[in-house]
Design a protein around this ligand. Structure first.
Ligand SMILES: C[S@@+](CC[C@H](N)C(=O)[O-])C[C@H]1O[C@@H](n2cnc3c(N)ncnc32)[C@H](O)[C@@H]1O
Length: 240
């Protein structure tokens, strides 16, 4: 974000010179802007972001746009690792009659998602999704932690020094959560249902065997305007 835009957001959140000075000091110390102001915008929606909770990235907006396309008006969606609930909120706003659930392991994230009006269930990946929904879900979307541990030091300062490692660290190859997320999607989705996962590098290739054994495919690569891999989309096969 441009410096002028940041300044405008800080001024809008300000509420008087003394408070504005406090907010500025936090920002100068490297705290993410969304923690300082308490809000951000994601896919055109105002999202509350509590201090300590991963800040939703504009780069995930394309993924949720695809997820919305796959979600019927009265459908059912699960947002794995929902964080602030930004993706779940965007889905629910686009499909007000649908049921959209988020899950997260971090109680602080769950409180934040609830503050954003998201139906959030605390626990590991899909474990807290009510059993009766197995095989019924139209869309599983996830921005799970996928940064390889060795690459964490290369992240921008706001993320590296402030955001919780739990939100970012995907293990040695970044696949520690991606693999079980794919397996969970294979169980949750109805035949024809869609999985949308954010990832990068060559993680699509590394995930291919897991996708196949979970009954998902064919897999479509989602790339950004520079041709960089940003995610994958795969459908649950019939009769698997
Ligand atoms: C990269 S953040 C994404 C948050 C949100 N989806 C977004 O894009 O703004 C990953 C989230 O996964 C959560 N998380 C980490 N390990 C988890 C696990 N095993 N099960 C569920 N959530 C987990 C973290 O607490 C964090 O909120």
């Amino acid at each position: 974000m441009a410096a002028e835009e940041e300044a405008d957001e800080l001024l809008a959140a300000g509420g008087g010179p003394a408070r504005l000075e406090r907010l500025l000091a936090l920002r100068v110390a490297g705290e993410p802007l969304a923690w300082v102001t308490g809000v951000t915008t994601f896919a055109g929606h105002r999202v509350v972001v509590h201090r300590g909770v991963y800040v939703p990235r504009w780069q995930s907006e394309a993924l949720v746009a695809r997820a919305i396309e796959h979600l019927p008006g009265d459908g059912l969606a699960v947002d794995l690792c929902t964080g602030s609930g930004a993706l779940a909120l965007a889905l629910a706003r686009a499909r007000p009659q649908a049921r959209v659930l988020g899950t997260d392991l971090d109680p602080a994230a769950c409180r934040c998602a609830a503050a954003n009006g998201v139906e959030v269930h605390a626990g590991h990946l899909a474990d807290p999704v009510p059993e009766g929904l197995t095989g019924q879900v139209d869309v599983v979307v996830g921005v799970v932690p996928y940064v390889p541990t060795a690459a964490l030091d290369l992240l921008p300062r706001d993320a590296r020094d402030h955001e919780p490692r739990l939100a970012l660290d995907g293990g040695p190859d970044g696949l520690d959560l991606l693999r079980p997320a794919v397996e969970a999607a294979g169980t949750l989705l109805r035949p024809g249902g869609a999985l949308l996962l954010e990832l990068g590098g060559e993680q699509d290739t590394a995930l291919a065997p897991t996708l196949t054994s979970a009954g998902l495919g064919p897999t479509r690569r989602l790339v950004d305007e520079d041709g960089e891999l940003r995610g994958i989309e795969a459908r649950r096969r019939d009769g698997v």
